[in-house]
Design a protein around this ligand. Structure first.
Ligand code: ADP
Ligand code: MG
Length: 395
């Protein structure tokens, strides 16, 4: 049976055929082995932290296996949920209920029935025992989705549960919700910490090479390298782009990935991403309060104010998720047409970045795609930068 592209490249699910194993923080040991070891350490809670879409969930699924993993989300818990009720329900245990035993009387015509009902709550012990006996491992994914208060309550329950050797993995974003776990004095000395790093080009390349190899589609090392650069540390983006390439190749009845198809595939891929509002907020900048903004001509003939120029500079080659101010200023300098460069002072650029930062801080999560902090410009969301580069109509 020949494999279909959609079974090989899976941006939103477990990539059975393109799973790539990476090494843990230059130790020469794989993340998989690190997690395995953590799970064998009795009485410890495993805390996995890493940026969004870097393979945290996939790692758990790979190591624990679908038969043994019990996944719950931080979003499943709100102020009124009983932690154990959810943990029980996930494995189909009746947590709370009423048992009614009925005995219909068989003698005579009377419809009399004897019934006895009892309320019960399955004890925490029983739930934990069930998990241990059935080799179940509890993964609390996206822990940061639970409210701070709930996180504290959960940490309290977990502390007790791991002592009884329930195996638990808590997954969350960095600097977000790790306080309830990593900064919790009650848990100190009882944590196995795993930090997931962003992806390096050489590992991203392997996804493409593995997948196209399975599909018997030719791809050179050089093309795979270009893809890896464009993916900006995101294995998910790699899976998306490769799937787009397959669709385009099938359409054109071709069996080889070449330069020409790359750009087409990049543009095609951005259709999945909805950052138009984010871009427009950045380009508009803060409310100008009726003031006319200074316009700059760009080397490719546009006229933009400094907010527009900032966005334009981010989109330039090579794609970078972190730029110090000097490099960023250089980019801006190169975007602006020669005669207009003189108008621009460094402090003006800094001020504009400050204003943008303020503007974004007051907005929803999706708008926090870039950050200006400690003298550096960070792109927090690789998909957003990819969209900036390939998704804009006049891009
Ligand atoms: N080890 C891996 N090998 C290949 N692709 C991966 C790997 N890890 C993640 N991916 C890709 O990235 C996507 C997002 O991964 P996921 O584990 O959901 O991220 P996170 O849980 O960190 O947000 C996956 O659906 C898959 O397409
Ligand atoms: Mg996840």
């Amino acid at each position: 049976m020949s494999l279909k592209a959609e079974n090989i490249f899976k941006p939103g699910a477990f990539p059975e055929y393109t799973y790539v194993s990476r090494n843990y923080e230059n130790t020469g040991i794989s993340y998989e082995l690190r997690l395995k070891q953590a799970l064998r350490t009795a009485g410890c809670l495993t805390s996995i932290i890493g940026p969004s879409k870097m393979g945290k969930t996939i790692l758990c699924e790979q190591v624990i296996g679908l038969d043994n993993i019990v996944e719950v989300s931080g979003a499943d818990f709100n102020e009124n949920t009983d932690f154990w009720a959810i943990i029980a329900a996930k494995v189909g245990l009746p947590y709370m209920g009423e048992i009614t035993t009925e005995r219909a009387s068989t003698e005579g015509k009377s419809e009399e029935r004897d019934s006895k009902s009892e309320k019960y709550i399955l004890s925490k012990d029983k739930i934990i025992r069930y998990y241990i006996e059935n080799n179940k491992i509890l993964v609390i994914d996206d822990f940061h989705y639970a409210s701070t208060e709930m996180q504290m309550k959960m940490a309290q329950q977990l502390k007790d549960a791991i002592r009884r050797e329930l195996k638990v993995v808590v997954v969350s974003l960095p600097h977000r919700a790790d306080d309830a776990i990593r900064q919790n004095a009650d848990l100190s000395g009882r944590l196995s910490l795993i930090n997931i790093e962003t992806w390096k080009e050489e590992d991203l390349k392997k996804i493409a090479i593995k997948g196209f190899d399975k599909l018997e589609i030719k791809i050179t090392d050089n093309i795979a390298e270009k893809l890896a650069v464009e993916c900006l540390t995101s294995p998910q983006l790699m899976q998306y782009i490769c799937l787009s390439i397959c669709t385009l190749l099938e359409d054109e009845k071709k069996q080889e990935v070449n330069d020409e198809i790359l750009e087409k595939a990049y543009r095609f891929t951005t259709i999945n991403f909805n950052y138009a509002d984010v871009v427009s907020v950045l380009i508009k900048g803060p409310n100008p309060r009726g003031q006319q903004r200074k316009l700059y001509r760009t080397v490719d003939g546009k006229e933009l104010d400094l907010y527009g120029i900032i966005v334009e500079s981010l989109a330039k080659n090579p794609p970078m998720t972190e730029l110090d101010f000097e490099s960023f200023y250089n980019r801006i300098f190169n975007v602006i047409e020669e005669n207009d460069r003189l108008k621009l002072e460094k402090q003006t650029v800094r001020n504009h970045l400050n204003h943008l930062q303020e503007l974004l801080e007051g907005k929803e999560e999706i708008y926090r795609a870039i950050e200006w902090k400690d003298g550096k410009v960070y792109v927090l969301d690789p998909l957003f930068l990819f969209y900036l580069r390939w998704g804009r109509i006049n891009g």
